[in-house]
Design a protein around this ligand. Structure first.
Ligand code: ADP
Ligand code: MG
Length: 262
């Protein structure tokens, strides 16, 4: 039997900009996520993907609706929920290991234990030899690995990832996608991963939530039943990719009318 860890009910989010315009970022969002599921949120830029993740993380407050985590209403985030941001968001004045221990410090874990945990996750992402380096000494892909290690070190059950590989070159991106799937399988996480890359969504997801823009709604939810590891050369992969690309093209030709100037 599947267990729903997250339920998003009738979520709507409207921003009021500094100039007084009203932006309807999200409307009628209903989604339930199973434990250990890998969900990709796919949609054009500006359709509200980051807003939805930030609502789940408790970094924004919904205008309408409610989000439940393990049956409890989520109002200010939850200790079991971790986030990896689009920018690497490492603290430049801290070494790699001290970036990874950050959440553990907030959680009040003792220094020796923090170091052990951080080393374990740095090994998992292949950066055990860079503990004492500073972020500027690392490539973009390595910095993103540190950000992933930092998020994993707090052992979140639900991991929210906002276009984490968006800024990486194609080769590094594919390697990190494979690593992420390994980590997900070994550590039994539930992941909600935002991307605007169709290829990435088809490679990673159990289910792809396709969003429309202006305001962001769920257009469709696609089950990806292809076994892993998925081969990009598999005709099924190509078929699904082109179907999703058509959906997105259709979407971007629709007018965006989510901004109302008051
Ligand atoms: P995505 O991540 O899909 O690119 P976002 O969630 O960042 O989209 O944004 C969705 C919409 O909400 C956009 O129109 C964006 O301009 C608007 N928006 C996001 N954050 C704010 C904010 N703090 N104030 C005003 N508008 C915002
Ligand atoms: Mg975004």
């Amino acid at each position: 039997m599947s267990t729903k860890v997250l339920r998003i009910k009738e979520i709507e989010k409207t921003f009021i900009t500094e100039r007084g315009a009203q932006v309807n970022a999200l409307k009628d969002i209903n989604l339930s996520v199973d434990k250990n599921e890998f969900i990709c949120l796919l949609g054009p830029s500006g359709c509200g993907k980051s807003t939805l993740l930030r609502l789940i993380a408790g970094l924004e407050v919904e205008t309408k609706g409610e989000i439940f985590y393990q049956g409890e209403s989520l109002t200010k985030g939850h200790k079991d929920i971790g986030m990896v941001f689009q920018q690497y968001s490492l603290l430049p004045w801290r070494t790699v290991i001290n970036n990874v221990t950050l959440g553990l410090e907030f959680a009040g874990i003792k220094k020796k234990r923090r170091k052990e945990i951080a080393e374990q996750y740095l090994t998992l992402v292949g950066l055990q030899n860079y503990s004492n380096s500073y972020p500027y000494e690392l490539s973009g892909g390595m910095q993103q690995r540190v950000a992933i290690a930092r998020a994993l070190a707090s052992d979140p059950q639900l991991l929210l990832m906002d276009e984490p590989f968006g800024a990486l070159d194609a080769h590094t991106r594919i390697l990190l996608q494979q690593e992420l799937l390994n980590i997900w399988r070994q550590n039994k996480k539930t992941i909600i991963f935002v991307t605007h890359s169709v290829d990435e969504a088809v490679y990673l997801a159990d289910r792809i939530v396709v969003m429309t823009s202006g305001p962001g709604r769920i257009k469709d939810i696609i089950n990806v039943s292809m076994p892993r590891p998925r081969e990009r050369s598999n005709p099924q992969f190509g078929k699904l990719t082109s179907m999703l690309l058509n959906m997105l093209t259709e979407e971007s030709s629709n007018n965006n009318d989510n901004v109302i100037n008051l």
